[in-house]
Design a protein around this ligand. Structure first.
Ligand SMILES: [Zn+2]
Length: 107
């Protein structure tokens, strides 16, 4: 027989976790695959924003705890996609401030 205490703890756990599941659920309309690309896009915007603020690739890598190669790849793909479509897909999706600006133009 289940004790009243374990029942109470179960209800408490569900009650505590419910907002978390609800939060996860808010992403499900994006699909699981884009759930991950969403987080990748967030770091993309951070990298691009920092780069436009004048930080070097090395400093951004250190700040965001990413490899310099990742930072370089994000900046490169940002410029490349703008060259192709006229705007950066990742930046537009998350309403980045530099969606049509190439980083090369700055240099
Ligand atoms: Zn971008």
């Amino acid at each position: 027989m289940r004790s009243l205490l374990s029942l109470f703890l179960e209800v408490l756990a569900i009650w505590l976790l419910f907002p978390f599941f609800k939060w996860i659920g808010s992403f499900t309309h994006l699909g699981i695959a884009s759930f991950f690309s969403y987080f990748l896009a967030i770091s993309h915007i951070q990298i691009i924003d920092d780069y436009f603020q004048g930080l070097s690739m090395g400093k951004i890598a250190k700040k965001l705890n990413r490899s310099a190669a990742t930072v370089h790849a994000q900046i490169h793909s940002h410029d490349q996609v703008i060259g192709k479509f006229g705007y950066c897909v990742k930046c537009r999706r998350l309403k980045g401030t530099h969606e049509t600006e190439k980083t090369i133009a700055k240099a």
